[in-house]
Design a protein. Structure first.
Length: 256
């Protein structure tokens, strides 16, 4: 079965079909998303915090991004693949973005897009969108507002005006898709109507062109869940139970 292209995802929007995207950092989660039928695998830069233990995002290295992005792209049989770049690349300007994009293209042949996080820095970072395209990959800008867990969605008239402005601008610059974050359903709907490329997001509803799910969040695969009132179905609960039992058996000198 042929892999989906970004053009296929754009056609889905024209056909009124919703795009399912899954954030994955490694091969096993990517395979599960593939089995479930996602259209897009996104290797998020959040892996620096969730998987590598960095507290400063600037510590996340290009070499690490290539390793994890390569793992996901390697097992992608059907879904298109997008890779986030480390924040340090954005600080280097358009030339650095183009340089790294070329490395990604050469190192990870299955990579289709690069996500460029320009949220709340659109004026400063808009040229990075074109830099990705100049390197021969599709650009997938993230616009809107920084994610705040439990935070309210942005929904003022000014928020609407600014979001529409930048959505239209990234399309002019050649973007292939948009990741829109932390805005109301009305803004999602307005942006989806205003541009002819897919607009998806992690907080979106059916008014958008699709939905992004972070695999580790929706399954409860994070150690911090053990400290709260997690769902009994959370993956980390069953995993920890098995680990705790195995370790206790050694403590008790009672394993076989």
């Amino acid at each position: 079965m042929a892999r989906l292209t970004i053009q296929d995802l754009q056609q889905m929007k024209r056909d009124g079909k919703k795009i399912a995207a899954g954030v994955s950092y490694e091969a096993n989660m990517a395979r599960m998303f593939e089995r479930a039928g996602v259209h897009l695998l996104s290797v998020g830069d959040s892996l620096s915090r969730a998987f590598l233990g960095y507290t400063n995002p600037l510590d996340y290295k290009i070499e690490e991004m290539l390793t994890f992005g390569g793992a996901v792209a390697r097992v992608a049989e059907r879904a298109a693949v997008s890779i986030d770049v480390p924040d340090s690349v954005l600080l280097g300007g358009p030339k650095e973005m183009e340089r790294v994009a070329r490395i990604i293209k050469e190192t990870i042949p299955n990579a289709d897009m690069i996500k460029v996080d320009i949220r709340e820095r659109e004026e400063e970072l808009i040229d990075e969108v074109e830099a990705v395209i100049a390197a021969g990959l599709q650009a997938y800008p993230q616009i809107g507002f920084e994610y705040v867990a439990g935070g309210s969605m942005h929904d003022t008239a000014e928020d609407m005006e600014q979001t529409l402005k930048w959505a239209e601008e990234v399309v002019k610059r050649g973007a292939s898709m948009i990741d829109l974050t932390m805005v109301s359903k009305d803004i999602y709907a307005a942006v989806c109507k205003a541009v002819d490329i897919p607009v998806i997001g992690g907080q979106s509803g059916s008014e958008s062109d699709g939905k992004i799910y972070v695999g580790y969040a929706i399954t409860g695969y994070t150690e911090g869940v053990l400290n709260g009132d997690a769902s009994p179905d959370a993956a980390v609960r069953s995993m920890y139970t098995v680990i705790e039992k195995a370790v206790k058996a050694v403590h008790d000198n009672n394993w076989s």
